[in-house]
Design a protein. Structure first.
Ligand code: SF4
Ligand code: FES
Length: 258
C-alpha cells in the first residue's frame, strides 16, 4: 500500500492501481470516454486528466494510464484541469455532435457547444478505439482497424470492404460511446455499419421455438467454440435469448456481452 493525497484527503491505495481506479474507489467522479474496465487503458480521449504534484513532477497527467506512487498529490478538479477538460470536450463535440452520451457528459462539465464544429466532421466517431480493441482483444475477430493518420484517422475494415472476419456479434456497436457504429436487424438480416463502411452483413438464424431471427451463424459457431458445454447445448437447441430465458436455458447474448 502507498500513502497519497486525493483532493486534499490523505488516503491509502494499492500501488498497482491507476489514479482513475483509486479515484473511483474513493467515490470521485472523473469523466472518461475511451476507458472500459474490461479492456487495457488506451489514453486517447484525455478527458480523465488530473493535476499531480508531490512525488511526481507537477503537471497534468492522464489518470487512466498513470499509476499512483507513494507521496503523490492529486487534484481532480483544479482550475487547470477544468479549463483543459472543457477544451477537450469542445474538440470531441466537434467530432461527434450528435452523440447524446457525449452531449450529456459535456453539459455536466459546463460545455454546451463547440467552437470547432465543421460540417464534414460528423461521423460521430471520437476515435476512442473501444470498438477496435474489443473486437481484437475480447472477441478475437480482428474485423476492425484504424486507417489513415491525424485528422483523417478513421475506424474501418481491411481495405474498407465488408469484413470477412466480422462474426456479427454487434459488440462494437454496443460498446461505442457515441453511436458511430450501428447495428440494424431487418427482415431477417443484420447489418453493422459506420457512416462510411458496412462492417458486416448477415442472414440471421431463426429461433427454434418462436421463429424470431436472432443471431448470425458465424456468431453461434463462435459461441459454441468458446463456451462451456451448457452453452454449446443451448446453441444446439437454437434458442433466441428470450426463449432461452423462458425455458431456463442459458441467455446467450447476456453471457457473451461485456
Ligand atoms: S466507432 Fe465508436 S467505439 Fe469506435 S473509435 Fe469511434 S467512437 Fe470509439
Ligand atoms: S479515459 Fe483516460 S484518456 Fe480516455
Amino acid at each position: 500500500m502507498i500513502q497519497m493525497t486525493l483532493n486534499d484527503k490523505e488516503i491509502e491505495a494499492s500501488e498497482n492501481s491507476t489514479i482513475l481506479e483509486v479515484a473511483r474507489k474513493n467515490g470521485i467522479d472523473i469523466p472518461t470516454l475511451c476507458y472500459h474496465e474490461a479492456l487495457e487503458p488506451f489514453g486517447v480521449c484525455r478527458l480523465c486528466i488530473v493535476e499531480v504534484g508531490g512525488a511526481l513532477r507537477k503537471g497534468i497527467r492522464i489518470s487512466c494510464i498513470q499509476n499512483v506512487v507513494d507521496g503523490l498529490i492529486v487534484d481532480t478538479e483544479s482550475e487547470r484541469v477544468k479549463r483543459n477538460r472543457r477544451f477537450l470536450f469542445e474538440l470531441l463535440l466537434a467530432r461527434s455532435p450528435d452523440s447524446k452520451e457525449l452531449i450529456d457528459l459535456a453539459a455536466k462539465h459546463g460545455v454546451f457547444e463547440s467552437r470547432f464544429y465543421e460540417a464534414d466532421s460528423d461521423d460521430n466517431c471520437v476515435r476512442c478505439g473501444l470498438c477496435v480493441r474489443v473486437c481484437r482483444d475480447k472477441i478475437g475477430a480482428y474485423a476492425l482497424c484504424f486507417a489513415h493518420r491525424g485528422y483523417d484517422r478513421m475506424v474501418t475494415t481491411d481495405f474498407e470492404l465488408l469484413s470477412e472476419y466480422c462474426i456479427g456479434c454487434g459488440t462494437c456497436a454496443q460498446i461505442c460511446p457515441t453511436g458511430a457504429i450501428k447495428m440494424k436487424d431487418e427482415e431477417g438480416e443484420r447489418i453493422i455499419y459506420t457512416k462510411s463502411v458496412v462492417i458486416g452483413k448477415f442472414e440471421l438464424e431463426t429461433c427454434g421455438k418462436c421463429g424470431m431471427p436472432y443471431a448470425s451463424r458465424k456468431y453461434l459457431d463462435f459461441v459454441k467454440r468458446n463456451s462451456d458445454d451448457a452453452m454449446a447445448v443451448s446453441v444446439e437447441r437454437n434458442l433466441c435469448p428470450t426463449c432461452a430465458r423462458r425455458t431456463g436455458a442459458i441467455n446467450l447474448v447476456g453471457q457473451m456481452t461485456l
